[in-house]
Design a protein around this ligand. Sequence first.
Ligand SMILES: [Zn+2]
Length: 121
Amino acid sequence: MSRYSSNPLSKLYRTAGWRRARAAHLGVEPVCRLCRAAGILNDGSLTVAGETQRDGRRRFLVVDHIVPHRGDLALFWDPGNWQTLCPDHHDITKQRDEQRGFSNARGADGWPLDPRHPANR
Ligand SMILES: [Zn+2]
């Protein structure tokens, strides 16, 4: 068994519960949230520039955890912590968050959601 497949966190994504939750979320939010904010309705078939995604392996949508769950099951299963992203925005967002050490995502009240955000420390 590979190191990846024995990771208990990656196992969560392969449960029937997550598959159901993911499908339900995509039913509610069927386009990338950040593309939509930029005026592009991307159902996973486009790039961040709004052009046809020519790489078939990147033609999908990610149900992303806005605040990284880091194994916290409450955060993992909280529908308020899910957002639909295209693979490009997922990569960009996660790389930035990792470099910065926290997520800049905000709740409906405009306050940063991540407990590691300086405003929440
Ligand atoms: Zn996007």
